[in-house]
Design a protein around this ligand. Structure first.
Ligand code: MD3
Ligand code: FE
Length: 222
């Protein structure tokens, strides 16, 4: 290996996030969450104890394969009337667990990296994927203001993210997401269809056989 190969190798192994633009205002920040993981995992466990993961039912009566919970002032839930953000967990009657400080720091740092300087998330949806779990193509449109971006953090076993267009039938790009990757999207990409292919069985040293995804949103009124 000559000196320039060594330099290349070092660049690939560097802990700094490499960025991939996948849309006009959509960006993947590879590995950005890695340095936060030691703080994220204990906080995640506390959230799971206070507001256990559950499978929600779609307004159409189907059980979602992804299990979810929330932290922050507002949490995303479904009931017979549809999807909405609530201040309390309908399952416990308690307010959702507060957003842990390192969650907020990571979300704000990621948004700033992507050019969204004043991101103030009031909701963090926590999704749990086990092997076979999938999320079919959908738009995120239950938030009050679509001007704010969304920040998504992937932890644990990998998944393939589907990044579509503004119509459900538009061809979707397939983007592999790994432990520590962060996605930020806003502006004209905010309402694009997206989803997750069925997750393949795998093992992650810290999270075992699961994938955890955090999505940070400004859900309520400014
Ligand atoms: C949306 N979660 O919770 S987030 C969701 O990995 C959700 O758990 C997925 O979709 C998950 O609503 C994906 C990542 C994401 C990335 C790019 C997007 C969502 C996007 C671009 C446009 C719209
Ligand atoms: Fe979504």
């Amino acid at each position: 290996m000559n000196a320039s190969n060594l330099d290349l190798f070092d660049a690939e192994e560097a802990p700094v996030a490499t960025r991939e633009r996948i849309g006009e205002r959509a960006i993947v920040l590879r590995g950005l969450a890695l340095s936060y993981v030691p703080e994220l995992l204990p906080a995640l466990e506390a959230i799971g104890r206070a507001a256990p993961f559950r499978h929600m039912t779609t307004p159409g009566g189907l059980r979602m394969s992804v299990a979810l919970t929330n932290c922050g002032a507002l949490g995303w839930t479904s009931d017979a009337h549809g999807y909405r953000y609530t201040r309390r967990d309908p399952q416990t009657g308690q307010p959702w667990p507060a957003m842990p400080a390192p969650f907020l720091r990571l979300a704000r740092a990621a948004a700033a990296e992507a050019g969204f300087e004043d991101f103030r998330p009031d909701a963090c949806l926590v999704n749990r994927y086990l092997p076979g779990t999938r999320l079919s193509l959908h738009q995120d449109r239950d938030e009050h203001d679509f001007a704010a971006p969304i920040v998504s953090v992937s932890l644990g076993i990998p998944a393939v993210f589907l990044f579509g267009g503004h119509a459900r039938a538009d061809r979707a790009a397939r983007i592999p997401l790994h432990h520590g990757d962060v996605l930020v999207w806003g502006g004209p990409d905010r309402l694009r269809y997206h989803g997750v292919l069925p997750v393949k069985e795998a093992h992650h040293p810290l999270l075992g056989g699961q994938r955890i995804n955090f999505t940070f949103r400004e859900a309520g009124r400014p």
